[in-house]
Design a protein around this ligand. Structure first.
Ligand code: AMP
Ligand code: GLY
Length: 427
């Protein structure tokens, strides 16, 4: 099976490493790919959001499947276009990717089909939104812009002024462009967060092993929100009992709801859940593999990813058993100093070879470039240093051992990835 993977981050590197393990795999292509990916795949300099460019590339290389990994091209309808051109794909069509592309849509769907989520209202003008916040007079309150916003479109406002500023910056100043012209204001929920990625062909849904993200930049969950500074799998808060409850009340109802709406969802659906005192609730849907959740989930996947892609495309997922190993996996993100704000690129990375000698460790490249045979930094998040182990303490120990062997100027990483998970395991 020859596959073109669209995207170029740590998630795509993890997908490509998983594909490379399949006995069925032929050639792997990536667009745009990155330094690390170039060791496994032929990379083409086409942007992941360039639909015409990707279609032209697919026509040139004629892959058996095109795997569209990032949110923007999915929401923009890249899968629809590729299918129209006769290519088989992995990923939802635009009318299903809207689950991530519009929070107003996903909230309405959950309300209509009784899927547990935070109470909310949707607004299309700033004055009414501000009036609503004032009338509720309950803080913190959560302001979300409707569309995609690089993970920055959610503001937890502790008081009225912060909420008002957030609404004005989204709806009046246009901080997120069209994405912010509609906002959702929702109830603040509390509890541990769990990420669950699930394979689905639109009819059957098969959840993967659960994971836990670490979104803040610094230790102790301090600093700004980032794309994710590390992950662990499985998530110890997610008990067998909760798994069943989430399947019955959230996962299957979501798939059935999308089917009933004439928007069957095919690909990987990401459930961002909060385990509240009143039970699990949906915080968000993503229409794709999470980053850096994928980096800890796919190393535990035992089933051939090529088989899964085929089963989903042919809508036969019910006939395939999907298995994960019983072990654990941890990913520590090494970022450029200053990220998620201003940072420098082009720093040479050393120690990548030594890590190769550590068993059970793999380094996924998020933002690197291969220049004259040397890896240099080329983004905010640079590497996802990942290790598997029989249990979480062992996986974390191996991941941090690998981190210690790698260095670049002003490298920054969190020292407490998995700490909360280990505490939860003790309780
Ligand atoms: P999202 O981009 O929707 O995942 O939101 C980013 C983060 O904001 C989530 O991971 C949560 O930590 C937090 N968040 C979002 N919605 C809520 C909510 N209703 N209550 C509490 N925290 C929330
Ligand atoms: N790690 C969260 C996301 O992929 O959106």
């Amino acid at each position: 099976m020859n596959i073109l993977v669209v995207g170029g981050g740590g998630r795509e590197h993890a997908i490509i490493v998983a594909l490379s393990k399949s006995p069925k795999i032929g050639k792997i292509y990536a667009a745009p790919g990155n330094g690390g990916i170039s060791k496994y795949a032929e990379c083409f300099d086409v942007k992941a959001t360039d639909i015409d460019g990707i279609v032209a590339l697919a026509k040139q290389i004629q892959p058996d499947y095109v795997f569209v990994a990032p949110d923007d091209p999915l929401v923009m309808g890249m899968v629809d276009r590729l299918n129209e051109e006769g290519f088989k794909t992995f990923g939802p069509k635009a009318n299903a990717a809207i689950l991530e592309g519009s929070k107003a849509f996903s909230k309405e769907l959950m309300k209509k089909y009784d899927i547990p989520t935070a109470a909310y209202e949707t607004f299309t003008d700033a004055d009414s939104a501000i009036e609503y916040v004032k009338s509720q007079d309950s803080y913190p309150t959560v302001i979300k812009c409707d569309g995609l916003a690089l993970g920055k479109g959610v503001i937890i406002a502790e008081d009225f002024d912060t909420a008002k500023d957030a609404i004005n910056s989204m709806m009046i100043d246009g901080k997120f462009g069209k994405s912010g012209s509609t906002v959702v204001i929702e109830e603040f929920l509390t509890g541990p967060e769990v990420s669950v990625l699930a394979f689905t062909d639109g009819k059957t849904v098969k959840p993967m092993v659960s994971s836990m993200d670490h979104k803040r930049a610094y230790d102790g969950d301090k600093g700004l929100n980032t794309g994710g500074m590390g992950t662990v799998a499985p998530n110890p808060h997610y008990t067998a009992e909760l798994q069943k409850e989430c399947y019955d009340r959230i996962f299957l109802p979501t798939i059935k709801a999308m089917q009933a709406e004439g928007r069957p969802f095919s690909g990987c659906l990401y459930f961002g859940l909060m385990l509240t005192p009143k039970g699990p609730k949906v915080i968000e849907y993503n229409c794709r593999f999470g980053d850096p959740e994928t980096q800890v989930v796919l190393p535990l996947l035992k089933t051939d990813l090529c088989d899964i892609i085929e089963a989903i495309y042919s809508e036969q997922l019910d006939k395939l058993d999907i298995e994960f190993s019983d072990g654990a996996c941890a990913c520590v993100v090494m970022a450029s100093g200053g990220y998620p704000e201003k940072y420098e690129s082009g720093k040479e990375i050393s120690g990548l070879d030594e890590k190769g000698q550590l068993p059970d460790a793999v380094v996924y490249h998020a933002g690197t470039k291969l220049t004259d045979g040397k890896f240099c930094t080329a983004g905010g998040r640079v590497l996802g240093v990942t290790a598997t182990g029989d249990d979480l303490p062992r996986a974390l120990e191996q991941a941090y051992k690998a981190v210690e062997q790698i260095s670049f100027d002003k490298a920054h990483y969190r020292k407490d990835i998995g700490k909360r998970a280990l505490e939860a395991l003790k309780n």
